[in-house]
Design a binder for this molecule. Structure first.
Ligand SMILES: *Cc1c(COP(=O)(O)O)cnc(C)c1O
Length: 249
């Protein structure tokens, strides 16, 4: 078992490296580093490691699974840390999520938006959301298709308890830089088009795109939130297909 001192040193070093990558990517793209937020994608990562990351410069985390969200929210209850939900959200889990997160990145279908809105209305609150777009066209990924994204935005914007803040994508998962870039360009283009519709409850200021693999390209294409897991916490023991593929959440 790795002891906490080693773990802390590792996380600290990794975090510094990732922040450096963000800074340099911003410099190249002539953007302000403060315009890009680092979200720590903490799926499979235990509360101890998360706390160490937060003590060493992390300030925002993202969870994929409701079960993990529930126990980590409890473990981190002493800290006023924002948590975003970045995984596939099942309608039956809505009530477990709305009380525990500050933003949901994965609104990708009308039925989910409608049920979310009703539940929030009932709770008397509103929630910041992003619409998730499947920019890579890969069947294994969730998200509305690019062709249907505008239509979804129009329909979701009628729900007063949902505040649409922008878009999220997972992008192309592979080493092909042109394909990665094309996904991010597409998301940015859709963001602009939706913004031009001047919809109610909508302010398209967030582009949640870029991970450990491709954050530089995402930043060059306008990302405002990069979601980074392995580059900070090391490789995961559970395959990503468990998080990105299966219907059960
Ligand atoms: C796991 C995950 C990430 C982070 O991926 P890494 O390759 O670990 O940086 C980003 N976004 C989503 C939706 C994820 O599930």
């Amino acid at each position: 078992m790795i002891n906490n001192k080693n773990l802390e040193a590792l996380i600290k070093e990794n975090l510094a490296l990732v922040k450096h990558r963000i800074k340099f990517a911003c410099r190249r793209a002539e953007r302000k580093p403060t315009d890009v937020k680092l979200l720590l994608a903490t799926k499979t990562v235990g509360s101890t490691a998360i706390k160490l990351a937060l003590e060493n410069g992390g300030s925002l985390i993202g969870e994929n699974k409701v079960m993990e969200l529930i126990y980590k929210r409890k473990d981190l209850s002493g800290l006023s840390i924002p948590i975003h939900f970045i995984g596939h959200l099942q309608i039956s889990k809505i009530k477990d999520v709305t009380s525990r997160v500050n933003c949901i990145h994965s609104v990708d279908r009308l039925e989910l938006a409608q049920k979310l809105n009703s539940h929030l209305q009932y709770q008397g609150k509103s929630m910041e959301v992003l619409l998730q777009v499947n920019t890579s066209g890969e069947a294994s990924k969730f998200g509305v298709s690019p062709e249907k994204a505008l239509q979804l935005a129009i329909l979701v914007s009628r729900y007063d308890s949902l505040k649409i803040n922008g878009l999220m994508t997972i992008g192309h998962y592979g080493a092909d830089v042109d394909k990665q870039r094309a996904c991010f360009k597409l998301l940015k283009d859709l963001n602009l088009k939706i913004s031009e519709l001047a919809l109610p409850n909508t302010e398209m200021r967030v582009l949640s795109m870029g991970t450990s693999n491709d954050l530089e390209i995402a930043i060059e294409e306008g990302s405002t939130i990069v979601r980074v897991g392995t580059a900070v916490f090391g490789p995961r023991r559970v395959s990503d297909s468990y998080y990105w593929n299966e219907l059960d959440s």
